[in-house]
Design a protein around this ligand. Sequence first.
Ligand code: NAD
Length: 244
Amino acid sequence: MLKNKVALVTGASRGIGRAIAVELARHGADVIVNYFNDEPRASKVADEIKALGMKSIALKADVSNFDEVSKMFEKIKGEFGKLDILVNNAGITKDRSLKKMAQEEWGKVIETNLGSIYNVTKNALPMMQKDSRIISISSIVGIYGNFGQANYAASKAGIIGFSKSLAKELGRHGITVNVIAPGFIESEMTKDIGFLKKKILTYMIPLKRSGMPEDVANLAAFLASEKSGYITGQVIRVSGGLVI
Ligand code: NAD
């Protein structure tokens, strides 16, 4: 399904990014595994992809740093010559009510989650052709807001505005731009949520379970495929129906 396609997944050494990278490879794509600092885990993901018979390399770059991202793309150009699928996945949280939120906690989350979308997509575009796909991972928090997450919610809502605008700019070039808004997914990002809060969250989820990274990866693979060719500018929730 994704034969001869080249994909880049940011923050792919673990969690949702890892699951997406592996799922794209399972569908036949060559995958670049971007990572921040965990080289051993990123290499393991690249090895997993190679074991599936696909080409893969792990490339280090802080996606909040435009120059580092540009350098990563020079390597991608040298190694693969093109990019068909971009998955903007890297993200962080620094939760605190606004009253207590330091400027650094605001800035870091905005730069990492939203600044990165400019840095990576801007560098990716010149390497993309007709039928390419841009998929960005937002959150249902970007739609509903959440207590203690003004910085995170603003960054994730920003991804939605960016993507809806870009869908309008790139439609004529045959490039689709879509957003996945996950709900409560089990990963290192959510592992420190307290037992009681997890219970309450699960109770609130109509499907009565937290999501797995693979639940998000399945949609990413569909959006990356030619089967999603008439879908652009959309925000699709993978949340078990959760409304927070
Ligand atoms: P995670 O913490 O396991 O993964 C985040 C990844 O991003 C890590 O690999 C991390 O190294 C990478 N990263 C962070 N800063 C980076 C930087 N500056 N440069 C490059 N990489 C960087 O968490 P996850 O749950 O797998 O999160 C993946 C994405 O899904 C994030 O954007 C997150 O906001 C989003 N999301 C997660 C949930 C959830 O419930 N887990 C819900 C909604 C949205």
